[in-house]
Design a protein around this ligand. Structure first.
Ligand code: XIL
Length: 350
C-alpha cells in the first residue's frame, strides 16, 4: 500500500484540480480576518460529495448552519421517529474541524412533517408534543450545538402573529413555551428568535422586540435575535439595516445576521448578470459588514451567509435567475466576497 503508484498520483491530481477553483491565498479566509463568527448555510450533499465546496466552506467560515437537514420534517419525520443521520454527520464534521454548529430550526410553520400537520389533540397534547420535539433534538445535540433558532418566523410584517398550526392549537404561548422547553433541555445553549424583514419593517422589529422583552421580564431565557437579512442591493437602505441591528443590541440581545443574501434581480426579470450589478452587490455587502462591526463585541453572534455559491435557491426567486451569494457557480469569489473581506481588513486594523 505504502508504495502504491496510484496512491501517490491520485491525491496529486485531485489537489491540483481543487486548487484551480476558489481562493488561492488561504490568508484571505473570511473568518480569519474577523473577530466575530463568519458562517455559511451548508448543503449536506455538497459537503459530502463536492471536494471544492468542502474545501471552501472549511477555509472561509468558522460557523455552520444546516440549510435544511435540521428542520422538523427532516429530524422528526414521524411521531416516534427521529432521523439524525445526516445532521449527526454534520455535527461530527463540525466538531472534528473546530467549527461552530448553529441549530436551525425547531419551531416553524414550514418544513413540517405530515404527522405534525395532521396532529389531533387538545392544547395539552399539542404542548406535550412540542415539548418532546424540542427536548429530544436539543438533548441529542448537547455538546455539539450550543445555539438554536428556537422559533422561526412567528410574526407577520404588520406585527400580527402568523396564523400557523402552533398558534391555532396552543395559542400565542407556544412561543414562550418553546423557549422554556429549549432552556430546560440545555440551559447553557444560546436561544434565538429568527425572522426575516426585521431590518426592513420597523413595525415588525418593534413588535418582536416588545414581545421578547415581555417574555424576558417574566424570566424566560431568550439570548438573541436572528435577523435573516435576505436583502436586495437597493433595499433596505443601509441606515435602516444598521438602526435595526442597533435596536436589537440596545435591547440586550445578541445580533445574528443569520441568513445573509443580497439579491440582484430587482423585479425577477430575465436578466443576465452585469459588472454593474456585481459592483452594487459588493457595495451592499461591504456596508452591511461594516455596520455589523460597529456593534458591541459582546452583541455580535456572527454573520452567516445563506449559501456558498450562486445561483439563488428556488425559494428566493420566481422563475428567473438571481445571484445573491459570495461565490459564483464555478466557486470563484465574486466582488461581493471581496466586499466582505475588505470590510473586515480595512476596519479592524484602525
Ligand atoms: C430555505 C432553504 O434555503 C431552501 O433550500 C428550502 O427549500 C426552503 O428553506 N428562512 C429560513 C430558512 O429560515 O430556513 C429558509 O431556507 C429560507 C428562509
Amino acid at each position: 500500500m505504502k508504495n502504491c503508484f496510484f496512491c501517490i498520483l491520485f491525491p496529486l491530481i485531485f489537489s491540483f484540480h481543487e486548487n484551480d477553483k476558489g481562493i488561492d491565498n488561504m490568508d484571505q479566509a473570511l473568518y480569519k480576518n474577523a473577530d466575530f463568527s463568519v458562517g455559511v448555510a451548508i448543503k449536506i450533499k455538497r459537503l459530502k460529495n463536492d471536494a471544492i465546496y468542502k474545501r471552501l466552506v472549511l477555509e472561509q467560515f468558522n460557523s455552520f448552519t444546516a440549510e435544511n437537514i435540521m428542520k422538523p420534517s427532516y429530524l422528526h419525520p414521524e411521531k416516534d421517529v427521529f432521523y439524525f443521520e445526516d445532521a449527526d454527520y454534520l455535527a461530527e464534521f463540525c466538531k472534528k474541524n473546530n467549527k461552530r454548529l448553529h441549530g436551525h430550526t425547531l419551531v416553524w410553520h414550514k418544513s413540517l412533517p405530515p404527522w405534525i400537520e395532521n396532529f389531533k389533540g387538545n392544547k395539552a397534547a399539542w404542548e406535550a408534543m412540542l415539548k418532546e420535539h424540542i427536548k429530544t433534538i436539543i438533548i441529542h445535540y448537547k455538546g455539539y450545538i450550543n445555539s438554536w433558532d428556537v422559533v422561526n418566523e412567528a410574526f407577520n410584517d404588520d406585527g400580527s402573529l402568523r396564523k400557523n398550526i402552533w398558534l391555532k392549537n396552543i395559542g400565542e404561548s407556544y412561543i414562550e413555551k418553546s423557549f422554556i422547553y429549549a432552556n430546560e433541555a440545555d440551559s447553557s445553549a444560546k436561544l434565538f428568535y429568527n425572522d426575516f424583514n426585521l431590518e426592513a419593517s420597523r413595525t415588525k422589529l418593534n413588535t418582536v422586540l416588545q414581545f421578547v422583552a415581555e417574555l424576558k421580564s417574566r424570566g424566560i431565557k431568550i439570548d438573541g435575535i436572528g435577523m435573516q437579512m435576505h436583502v436586495k442591493h437597493y433595499y433596505p437602505d443601509i441606515n435602516a439595516i444598521n438602526q435595526a441591528a442597533f435596536k436589537v443590541q440596545e435591547n440586550g440581545l445578541l445580533v445574528h445576521y443569520s441568513e445573509l443574501s443580497v439579491s440582484l434581480n430587482k423585479k425577477n426579470k430575465n436578466l443576465t448578470l452585469t459588472n454593474e450589478m456585481l459592483t452594487l452587490q459588493k457595495k451592499k455587502i461591504k456596508e452591511i459588514v461594516e455596520g455589523y462591526m460597529k456593534l458591541k463585541k459582546d452583541a455580535q453572534f456572527g454573520i452567516t451567509v445563506w449559501g456558498l455559491s450562486d445561483p439563488a435557491v428556488a425559494w428566493q426567486r420566481d422563475k428567473n435567475n438571481d445571484w445573491p451569494f459570495l461565490f459564483d457557480q464555478n466557486y470563484n469569489p465574486k466582488p461581493a466576497y471581496y466586499g466582505f473581506l475588505e470590510a473586515l481588513t480595512e476596519n479592524q486594523k484602525n
